[in-house]
Design a protein around this ligand. Structure first.
Ligand SMILES: [Zn+2]
Length: 282
């Protein structure tokens, strides 16, 4: 579903059944900018069909928030200048070596760029298309980039993240809204879902520097400042309780320090930080 946030900002809702993240659209007076390319050509085409119904300035830019397949495999469908940070580009290049045949997808699994589950989802969307070749990006930036769409400034920044080391956000100062991509999520390695302990506070500091009141994560509906602050708080206190690979010890620390039992979210985060400690030992 295409949502209109205000005169300048639209977004296509995420759809977890189809592995589809949020796609954003920002419109200035002269140009429009897309945030994330979609998980497949079909996903991008559906978004473009919705956009065609609007009377907005032409799409000039596409920003990729990070190099996870569900955010970029639709990128070829846009007649736009593709923007990404340098680290995203390094990962992107690994997807350009071959067309996405079963064999090349298996190579990506072997390199741990995707898991088996993602491979199956990609195969369902791009079944051995011999012509599929991910195109080159046009603008590669290091830390920060400002794009003026005509009385609409998009601030495009690389941020610290517990999800990837190549996260980009798009901040719209006038709208007090920030597109976060997946940056505030954890990640899975060796089948263990974890949040990187050392990245948590740098990430929160990076994101709290913006004067945003509304936050759009890659796989959620829009949330406000109070919801975002609660998310940060639960993550931070869970993080504080984890000092070893023992979940039991962490739960004891938590109760001692906060004089109550951890709630469901906090328990989930504690487990994820414990998993991080376990992965660090290997
Ligand atoms: Zn991601």
């Amino acid at each position: 579903m295409l949502n209109k946030w205000n005169e300048h900002i639209y977004y296509l809702s995420h759809d977890e059944k189809q592995e589809r993240p949020v796609l954003g659209l920002v419109c200035g007076e002269k140009y429009s900018l897309i945030i994330d390319g979609g998980n497949s050509p079909q996903h991008a085409q559906e978004f473009l069909r919705e956009i065609e119904k609007l009377s907005i300035p032409p799409i000039r830019y596409l920003v990729i928030t990070h190099a996870h397949w569900d955010h970029f495999l639709g990128a070829n469908e846009y007649d736009a200048t593709i923007i990404m940070n340098r680290r995203t580009h390094q990962k992107w290049k690994k997807w350009q070596l071959d067309s996405l045949t079963d064999a090349s997808l298996q190579q990506l699994v072997d390199q741990q760029l995707i898991n088996e589950y993602a491979m199956k989802a990609i195969q369902e969307n791009l079944i051995n298309d011999p012509l599929f070749q991910l195109r080159d990006p046009d603008i590669i930036f290091d830390e920060t980039l400002k794009i003026d769409l005509g009385h609409k400034i998009c601030q495009i920044d690389t941020v610290s993240s517990t999800h990837t080391n190549d996260s980009t956000i798009v901040y719209l100062e006038d709208d007090e809204l920030i597109f976060l991509g997946d940056c505030a999520y954890g990640k899975t390695r060796n089948s263990l879902f974890h949040y990187e302990q050392q990245m948590l506070n740098p990430m929160i500091e990076d994101i709290q520097k913006y004067q945003a009141k509304y936050f759009l994560l890659g796989h959620e509906s829009i949330c406000d400042l109070a919801e975002m602050d609660l998310y940060w708080k639960e993550l931070q206190i869970a993080n504080k309780a984890v000092k070893s690979t023992s979940l039991e010890e962490a739960m004891i620390h938590f109760e001692k320090e906060f004089k109550r039992k951890a709630n469901e979210n906090e328990t989930f985060f504690i487990q994820a930080f414990v998993n991080d400690q376990i992965l660090k030992q290997h």
